[in-house]
Design a protein around this ligand. Structure first.
Ligand code: FES
Length: 180
């Protein structure tokens, strides 16, 4: 029964990977038809990162092949902008704000607690691929300090107690969904 669940998980992941690939190729083809490759490159890379969570060598090769663009040029853009990442990130990317207002209100303590809870350091991803921790330097909501973002959602006025609850909720809802 357990094996069956594992196989089902694997099949589900493969279907999801195929869907993402199809969406990305369609997006690339749309841009190719429009013809403005240079100006479209940034949005193509954003799309890839949004879909896969990072920019892989396979994605770079696919862009290069379809748009007839040198891979060196694409690598240049990806490595120049800090927004892009070449390493797979977790399903939940946690960005802890270490800007002045948050720092003063104890964001370093929040970060340390997070590292302790997830047993990883800054810019690392948990072995199950669920969480990545990053630092940011002002998320634009200083009045709610200390804050962090998980993907696109802001968590405000954090305490270590709140943090523990948030992480536990995410973990349990994720594992409940994958086991259902
Ligand atoms: S310093 Fe943290 S939101 Fe501005």
């Amino acid at each position: 029964m357990e094996n069956l669940t594992k196989n089902e998980d694997k099949n589900l992941n493969l279907v999801e990977a195929d869907k993402k690939k199809e969406e990305f190729i369609n997006y690339l083809e749309e841009k190719r038809k429009l013809g403005y490759y240079n100006s479209a490159l940034m949005s193509i890379l954003h799309k890839a990162q949004e879909l896969y969570g990072y920019i892989s060598p396979e994605v770079i090769n696919e862009i290069s092949l379809r748009l007839g663009m040198p891979t060196a040029k694409i690598w240049g853009i990806v490595t120049f902008y800090h927004y892009f990442t070449l390493k797979p990130r977790g399903k939940y990317v946690i960005s802890v704000c270490l800007g002045t207002a948050c720092y003063v209100k104890g964001s370093k303590r929040i970060l340390n607690k997070l590292k302790e809870l997830l047993k990883i350091e800054l810019n690392q991803t948990t072995p199950d691929g669920l969480f990545t921790i990053e630092a940011k330097y002002c998320l634009g909501c200083c009045g709610l300090a200390p804050v962090m973002m998980i993907n696109n959602k802001v968590y405000e006025k954090l305490t270590t107690k709140k943090l523990i609850e948030i992480i536990e909720t995410l973990k349990s809802s994720y594992y409940k969904t994958t086991k259902a």
